[in-house]
Design a protein around this ligand. Structure first.
Ligand SMILES: Cc1cc2nc3c(=O)[nH]c(=O)nc-3n(C[C@H](O)[C@H](O)[C@H](O)COP(=O)(O)O)c2cc1C
Length: 201
């Protein structure tokens, strides 16, 4: 009996050792410090629609003015739309040519910062841009948590993108975001001294 128990335990521990090691989720600190703007991607790796859905679900958790959720996304994951969008990002093309997914982010104007059609304060549609940036911040951090890399691109041709993706005039086109896997280790650009940007009272 004792021998059977020992043999069973030995078999279980052997089985446990033969399983591939499960990668533990990175800490929030790791996500923050390893997220970088990546300008060189590994062409051999792909990203699925299901993974992009997970990313965008995280982006939806971002706060927004009165929960207006003005941000919208247009995902170029198929080869034709991706190739077309690559031609609409100017000098960024070479940087993200091997990123498997490109995402256009827009926001619906006249929502955040407005109440019954009236601008609530001097910022106006700036609040929509604010909400869009928050959503995109969630997106790039979730991407990093999933092992992906990103590049937010403000350099893009809005008119051409609007026509290609049939984006209505009621939406302001903001950044195009590349998602993929880093080919090289990016360096971290220095940040300003904290006391240059903060005043405590
Ligand atoms: C709104 C916005 C627009 C940007 N546009 C571009 C761009 O067109 N091309 C590019 O290579 N990087 C672009 N960047 C990336 C910044 O250059 C980068 O975030 C900054 O240098 C800090 O580096 P880090 O993201 O690695 O911390 C943009 C970033 C933001 C937030």
């Amino acid at each position: 009996m004792k021998r059977t128990i020992i043999l069973t335990l030995a078999a279980f521990s052997l089985l446990a050792c033969s399983q591939p090691a499960k990668q533990s989720a990175p800490s929030f600190e790791e996500v923050l410090t390893t997220r970088r703007s990546v300008r060189s991607y590994d062409a051999s790796k792909t990203i699925s629609e299901a993974e992009i859905r997970t990313l965008l679900t995280a982006a939806q958790e971002a706060p927004s003015w009165a929960n207006m959720e003005p941000t919208k996304y247009y995902v170029a994951i198929g080869p034709e739309k991706r190739a077309a969008l690559l031609e609409m990002i100017g000098g960024n093309k070479e940087r993200v040519a091997n990123a498997p997914v490109l995402i256009v982010s827009t926001f619906e104007t006249g929502k955040s910062g407005f109440f019954r059609g009236q601008q609530t304060n001097e910022v106006g549609d700036g609040w929509g841009a604010y909400d869009n940036g928050l959503s995109n911040a969630y997106l790039v951090l979730q991407a990093r948590a999933m092992g992906f890399d990103t590049l937010i691109m403000g350099m893009r041709q809005a008119d051409a993108i609007r026509a290609e993706f049939s984006i209505p005039e009621s939406e302001a086109i903001m950044a195009v975001i590349a998602v993929g896997y880093r080919a090289d280790e990016p360096s971290r650009p220095a940040r300003r001294d904290l006391d240059e940007i903060v005043k405590f009272f």
